[in-house]
Design a protein around this ligand. Structure first.
Ligand code: FMN
Length: 222
């Protein structure tokens, strides 16, 4: 009889990455600014069939300097930065309030591409944060109204009760205030584009800037 551990290890060690043909990445013709390249790679990944390319890891640090990470939805990427939204009272919201530096990670296995973004995060005001919900679903509003994200839940029944109330309220009051829901934007000072290569000769292009100087580009050893 194989054990759970055997199954896990056999499965883990049988897995490979990037079996199929991979896109090329000509860094010599890369745009001068990372936003343009991010949009180009994002659209390419979506069209190549990459599921959910708009999901990303958000890394933050807590008051003791301990890193934390979770998956979020990307809401936009423009000259202000990379946009996402969450509860200001959640673990990540408290971490960002204490230390507003963060990192984002995108991994699109269908095209063997990774993008890393680092920078300072700013919380939007009440109007901008509420506007973020206005273009989203009833379920998103209901979840925002429920709040209490990252608090200890006493029982599944309590969640079912509060969620049902929020769902009803989101239907009856589509403009209901959701005080803890917050739009955030990460202003990038470092963005790295990684193109995986089957022979491990990966291509890495890093863009860096300071808040007062323009972007410069460097290749990185893989
Ligand atoms: C695919 C996916 C998308 C998610 N999108 C969001 C999001 O946009 N905003 C959010 O607050 N949580 C989102 N979550 C939940 C977070 O990963 C996380 O569980 C929650 O925000 C609590 O994180 P925290 O305790 O670090 O604050 C998403 C989870 C997954 C798996």
């Amino acid at each position: 009889m194989t054990s759970n551990l055997d199954d896990f290890r056999t499965t883990l060690h049988s897995l490979r990455v990037w079996d199929g043909p991979l896109p090329s990445f000509d860094t010599a013709t890369a745009p001068a600014e990372p936003l343009e390249l991010f949009r180009e790679w994002f659209t390419h990944a979506a069209k190549a069939g990459q599921p959910e390319p708009h999901t990303m890891s958000l890394a933050t640090v807590d008051a003791d300097g301990r890193p934390d990470v979770r998956t979020l939805m990307l809401h936009d990427a423009d000259e202000r930065g990379w946009h996402f939204a969450s509860h200001s009272t959640s673990a990540k919201g408290r971490q960002l309030a204490g230390q507003p530096e963060a990192a984002l990670g995108f991994y699109w296995p269908s095209v063997a591409r990774q993008i890393r973004v680092r920078g300072r995060v700013t919380a939007g005001g009440a109007a901008e944060s509420r506007a973020d919900l206005a273009v989203r679903s009833r379920g998103a509003l209901a979840a925002a109204l429920t709040g209490r994200q990252s608090e200890v839940l006493s029982s599944p029944e309590e969640l079912a009760r509060v969620s049902a109330e929020s769902w009803e309220r989101a239907g009856a009051e589509p403009h209901a205030p959701a005080p803890t829901w917050t739009a955030y934007v990460l202003f990038p000072t470092e963005v790295e584009f990684f193109q995986g290569d089957a022979t491990r000769r990966h291509t890495r292009l890093q863009y860096t800037r300071t808040p007062t100087t323009p972007w410069t580009r460097h290749l990185l050893w893989p």
